[in-house]
Write a protein that binds this ligand. Structure first.
Ligand SMILES: Cc1cc2nc3c(=O)[nH]c(=O)nc-3n(C[C@H](O)[C@H](O)[C@H](O)COP(=O)(O)OP(=O)(O)OC[C@H]3O[C@@H](n4cnc5c(N)ncnc54)[C@H](O)[C@@H]3O)c2cc1C
Length: 402
């Protein structure tokens, strides 16, 4: 059987490779990073395990369940992950007085990918090869474009919905701070998320409405505007910035290729469901290839994949519009609740008495989001051609009876 090439060894690419190998296919994964020897805080490290720098993800229960389901129980994948029990939200009208019960796990995404890669190679030693960079072989049966620059012949144009960027840093938690509660605060030019990733360590992320030249001083200034700064041992002294506006690849598939994960549709981290969405696209891609192999019409299957990705992305952009609008100072909270239910009193503060996100900074992002949504409305998805069934003996796309 000819090889399927997966260009990208993130969570989506590796999940797709695992499912494809489970179908008995030979799979080459490019972009695999062996990592460095430093363990990340808050996680345990098995003997012989190496790790690249931590890339923290907070995974909700739905995402964990999905990953376990796809990875045959996921035994060992989340060892050492840090449990978070509650979430405290200060977000315009959806603020909560008390932390809400919202169990999740703080997971080092880079460590998780390493474990997935190892599991993949161990489970399918005769079918799977993991390799560092390198161009995709031109005679692949299928190409799964999963984010690595060697995406080869995959086409599609990235459409960005906004310009926002996320600044991330790892910080020390002050003594007495809860290591089981995360905090989300909308505060003038940014929203800030603080999540424990260990007994005395935390991830701090600030979303700002544009590119950032000098992230550390900006993050420090943002933290002192809120009560979050007081929860830290010291201000951050290092930070990374990544683009974090929603982004859709149009189309997300073509002849012989399918995009997955953030390469197909990147979600705003505010949603907390980026990883779940990435895994769903991996499942969909593997099931699509399987369906075509079993005789389904390739054009119909590709149209179905395009519909599903566009529908999920449109829904996400609609949710973003509601959430950001509701966080604007004086915004209308109706229909939007990042607390995940149960709005409380509106007491979001910039630290100087004003509440919510600054409209002067954020209105442009919101307008871009609304305009994109109108555009997607015009290319509304058609009704589903297939039903996805699973998980065993493998996820399948079954045609609707006509
Ligand atoms: C800043 C950021 C924070 C996120 N936080 C969450 C979260 O808390 N929960 C959740 O379910 N999903 C989160 N996501 C989404 C999630 O990382 C991806 O959707 C998921 O890993 C898809 O994997 P992939 O294989 O498509 O891409 P990957 O190859 O895993 O990621 C593509 C690129 O995105 C960047 N990236 C991905 N994740 C992070 C991160 N945590 N920090 C910094 N850079 C990152 C890296 O540059 C990476 O090379 C986040 C995404 C970003 C960009």
């Amino acid at each position: 059987m000819t090889e399927t090439v997966v260009t990208g060894a993130g969570l989506a690419g590796l999940t797709c490779a695992y499912l494809l190998a489970g179908q008995g296919r030979r799979v080459l994964v490019t972009g695999w990073r062996p990592g460095d020897p430093e363990p990340a805080s808050g996680t345990s490290q098995a003997p012989g395990e190496t790790s690249p720098p931590a890339r923290w993800l907070v995974l909700n229960e739905l995402t964990i369940d999905l990953l376990r389901e796809v990875w045959d129980g996921g035994s060992g994948l989340f060892d050492g992950a840090w449990p978070i029990r509650c979430r405290h939200v200060r977000w315009g009208g959806s603020s909560t007085d008390q932390p809400l019960e919202q169990p999740s796990l703080a997971v080092d995404g880079a460590r998780l990918a390493q474990r997935m890669g190892r599991r993949l190679a161990e489970t399918h030693p005769d079918l799977v090869r993991l390799t560092a960079a390198g161009p995709a072989p031109s005679v692949a049966e299928w190409l799964i474009a999963a984010g690595h620059p060697s995406a080869g012949p995959a086409g599609g144009r990235p459409v960005h919905i906004g310009r926002r960027h996320m600044i991330s840093a790892e910080v020390g938690l002050a003594a007495g701070e809860s290591a089981a509660t995360s905090h989300l605060v909308a505060t003038g030019p940014a929203w800030i998320f603080l999540a424990p990733v260990g007994q005395r360590r935390a991830l701090v992320q600030a979303m700002v409405p544009g590119p950032v030249a000098d992230p550390v001083p900006l993050l420090r200034r943002l933290l002192v505007r809120t009560e979050l700064g007081r929860r830290l041992v010291a201000p951050p002294d290092a930070a990374v910035v990544v683009p974090a506006a929603p982004r859709l690849r149009q189309p997300p598939c073509g002849p012989g290729w399918i995009a997955v994960g953030g390469y197909a549709a990147r979600f705003d981290p505010l949603s907390g469901s980026g990883t779940a969405q990435a895994v769903r696209t991996a499942v969909l891609a593997a099931a699509a290839i399987d369906a075509i192999d079993r005789g389904a019409d390739e054009l119909e299957v590709r149209a179905h994949v395009t519909d599903r990705v566009l529908t999920a992305f449109t829904e996400h952009v609609r949710t973003c519009l509601g959430l950001y609008t509701s966080a604007l100072a004086g915004g209308d909270p109706a229909g939007a609740d990042p607390a995940g239910g149960g709005a409380g009193s509106a007491r979001t503060s910039w630290g100087d008495g004003r509440a919510g996100l600054d409209p002067a900074a954020w209105q442009d992002e919101i307008d871009l989001t609304a305009a994109a949504l109108r555009g997607f409305g015009m290319s509304a998805a058609t009704s589903a051609r297939f039903t996805l069934t699973g998980p065993l003996p493998g996820w399948r796309l079954v045609p609707h009876s006509r």
